[in-house]
Design a protein. Structure first.
Length: 208
């Protein structure tokens, strides 16, 4: 994944009021830290940041050109606060990375194919922790569940990793489980049993 260049400006207002004014100006409040550097409070252009995340995912690497700085800084989102109602970004924590440095990130896992008939796939984890070069992070990882029978498990060891990417968890870390789906007859039976059971506080009818 290639880095995205983005401009930023130093942030001098803090607290809830300052953050609200920053967002009203079309910017996202952010803090940049790591590698022993003093944390820098900056503001990112909201529209450009959102577009980069939408295209590259949460592990998008940014080349941040801070107004007044002598050189750009490479950084990776560490934590993103988002308003689910307004669909806007409230705050971003960015961690500084260096070229050639390996970092640990959580990468989305996509299950492909279809398991055997009459099975149910239960997701235990939608992401997988891996270690990779900061500038070559995978945007997502695919693992096939095609034809898997009930009782099967999909583990971290089943995922084919790109060159240079290593697991940050044990190979037996479970991502998904294939279980037996209930038949229509079983579901109808449970529904009937629930209807026949006495309501809470009522006594079952006495046998004659």
């Amino acid at each position: 994944m290639s880095e995205v260049k983005i401009s930023a400006e130093p942030r001098t207002e803090f607290g809830k009021g300052g953050a609200r004014r920053t967002r009203r100006a079309g910017l996202v409040p952010a803090v940049l830290y790591g590698h022993g550097e003093k944390p820098q409070h900056i503001a990112l252009p909201a529209r450009e940041f959102a577009a980069a995340i939408r295209h590259g995912g949460l592990n998008q690497v940014f080349t941040i050109d801070i107004q007044g700085a002598s050189a750009a800084t490479l950084a990776l989102p560490k934590a993103i606060q988002r308003d689910p109602i307004k669909d806007t970004y409230e705050h971003v924590d960015l961690i500084i990375v260096k070229r050639g440095e390996k970092v640990q990130v959580d990468v989305p896992v996509n299950l492909t194919g279809e398991a055997a008939r009459n099975t149910l796939v239960v997701h235990e984890s939608n992401t997988l922790a891996v270690v990779a070069d900061a500038l070559h992070l995978p945007g997502g990882l695919d693992v096939s569940i095609e034809g898997l029978e009930a009782g099967s498990q999909i583990t971290a060891g089943d995922v084919t990793l790109p060159n240079g990417v290593e697991l940050a968890v044990e190979p037996d870390f479970v991502l998904a489980i294939v279980s037996q789906a209930q038949t229509a007859e079983q579901l109808e039976g449970e529904s009937a049993e629930g209807a026949e059971a006495p309501a809470e506080g009522e006594e079952a009818p006495a046998a004659e």
